[in-house]
Design a protein around this ligand. Structure first.
Ligand code: AMP
Length: 505
């Protein structure tokens, strides 16, 4: 997952893009980048590995001039973690196009081959996003116009939908011609747009989450529909069109459980409200499944994501909600770390217990999800070390049993604690006295209660059903091989090797 933003402004956009990226920082802490175009048609780029606040210094910001630009904060899901793969990416023909992408393409290998053999394009990284950019460029080039019309952009996006499979929310800057944004035909990753009336005209912003808009004083217009493209042309006119025939909204369920900020509204659904619903339904399942539910003295969230969930679980069960862990907010999310050793260490650095909330009590710990189980195991340990008598654990998401192919960096299947274990076995692994998982139906209903007309979700990490074609056992086996920690560490070398092979070196 990554965060993306694009802005067309009456005034300079650099500060607003920077601010938006800081608000989207939870979506990717690995690298950040901004590309702007000034009024003379010159492009300015700053990108590097690191947090937004570290990548952009005053001297970079001064250089990012112009009234139109795009930004990206990156979390590595495909390709390597080298700074060469920080986004936006750029291709100079036609027009000069820069692009930022959230999601993951699932047919990158075929695309790279087609781009090389048929479209005669050179791709310099192993990134699916660079492939996507070149597909877009190829089809814009195909229109063969010095001054493209909105139709030309929309036809190029139609071709992107035809050729690219997987998840993509994209924002692109087309030099001299405007800002283009589009969302895959399933709308797996979120993308919203809004406007702000200012002296001299209207500013437009496109972003992964509505919080980027609201914090900058933009009015949320709506989400891009699945398969829809948006163009703000060089005169500031807004054009939109659905560019896919079979578009159907099946948003990623994990966005609601964990990825998005609670104050975001995604596809018309308040993430916060959905999480309250999750807490209420989780309470019901706990009461049904946990024989000693009446022995629980206190409900404690694992901060931050599970707070509204635990709050509502406690209220529904009629039990006190207490803050038993204090989070050091200056440490990154644990799963950002490249190796298991670092990940283990950082849980204790990150969460410090308030001892007297545990001492002599039967506690119910509530988390949004259990992935590897590394965090949960240590948290259970911490609760016991601090005097808890019994430690029960509840997860607002069902067991995570399948890999994610749409841009979330889930570990390989064998690393998922639930992949071949029953709930009782997982409880034992975690050292918990009892474990309750939300059911998948309840999780879906938690979101559907906020918006009834969604026909389906990408819930693949829970049920192994992938909403786009081409995800078969072979594909998953190859993915598995690439995703274990050791493979990740050597991915830099692999990237270079692949490039050498494709180029016939
Ligand atoms: P663990 O079970 O140790 O992998 O940690 C799970 C916790 O990490 C969850 O409670 C989430 O807060 C967070 N998390 C969510 N998604 C992921 C992910 N893709 N990889 C790792 N951790 C995640």
């Amino acid at each position: 997952m990554c965060g993306i933003v694009g802005m067309y402004g009456v005034e300079a956009v650099n500060q607003a893009l920077y601010d938006a990226l800081t608000v989207l920082q939870h979506r990717g802490q690995d690298a950040a980048g901004i590309m702007t175009e000034d009024n003379d048609g010159h492009l300015h780029l700053r990108k590097d590995n690191g947090l937004v606040r570290d990548v952009f210094r005053t001297r970079h910001m001064r250089n990012l001039t112009g009234n139109i630009g795009i930004g990206h904060c990156r979390y590595p899901t495909a390709g390597s973690a080298s700074s060469a793969e920080a986004q936006p990416f750029y291709v100079n023909s036609p027009y000069g196009i820069s692009l930022a992408h959230n999601g993951n393409l699932t047919n990158t290998v075929e695309l790279l081959d087609d781009l090389y053999r048929s479209d005669l394009r050179h791709i310099n990284t192993s990134s699916d996003s660079e492939a996507l950019l070149n597909v877009l460029a190829h089809h814009l080039q195909g229109a063969g116009k010095l001054i493209p019309e909105p139709d030309d952009f929309f036809e190029a996006v139609t071709e992107v939908h035809r050729r690219c499979k997987g998840a993509y929310a994209v924002v692109a800057l087309v030099s001299g011609h405007g800002m283009l944004a589009f969302r895959d035909p399933n709308g797996i990753r979120p993308l919203v747009y809004g406007k702000r009336e200012v002296e001299g005209g209207t500013d437009y912003m496109v972003a992964s989450e509505s919080v980027a808009l609201s914090t900058a004083g933009f009015e949320l217009i709506r989400d891009l529909e699945p398969g829809e493209a948006l163009l703000v042309d060089k005169t500031g006119q807004l054009h939109t069109r659905v560019c896919a025939v079979d578009a159907e909204l099946t948003p990623c369920l994990f966005e609601f459980v964990y990825l998005s900020r609670p104050d975001s509204v995604i596809d018309g659904i308040s993430v916060y409200d959905a999480r309250l619903n999750m807490g209420r339904k989780l309470a019901k399942t706990i009461l049904e499944q946990l024989p000693d539910a009446d022995q629980i003295d206190v409900v404690i969230p694992i901060p931050d994501t599970s707070r509204p969930i635990a709050l509502e679980t406690a209220r529904t069960m009629g039990i006190d909600y207490r803050e038993g862990f204090v989070k050091n907010r200056y440490i990154g999310r644990t799963f950002i770390m490249p190796g298991q050793t670092e990940r283990k260490k950082s849980v204790r650095q990150k969460l410090n217990p308030v001892r007297h909330e545990f001492e002599g009590r039967n506690v119910l710990l509530v988390d949004d999800s259990i992935v590897r189980g590394t965090t949960s195991r240590q948290i259970v340990e911490l609760a016991r070390e601090n005097g808890a008598r019994k430690v029960y654990f509840a997860s607002a998401a069902p067991p995570v049993r399948f890999p994610n192919v749409y841009g979330i960096d889930m570990p390989s299947r064998s690393e998922l604690i639930a992949h071949d274990r029953t709930t009782a076995e997982i409880a034992e692994q975690l050292g918990a006295d009892g474990l309750v998982y939300q059911t998948l139906d309840d999780l879906k209903d938690s979101v559907l209660e906020c918006r009834r007309d969604i026909k389906g979700f990408d819930a693949s990490v829970f049920d192994g059903h992938y909403v786009t074609p081409g995800i078969d056992l072979d594909y998953l086996a190859q993915l598995d091989a690439r995703r274990n920690d050791s493979a990740k560490q050597s991915s830099d070398d692999e990237g270079e090797e692949q490039l050498a092979i494709r180029n016939g070196v």
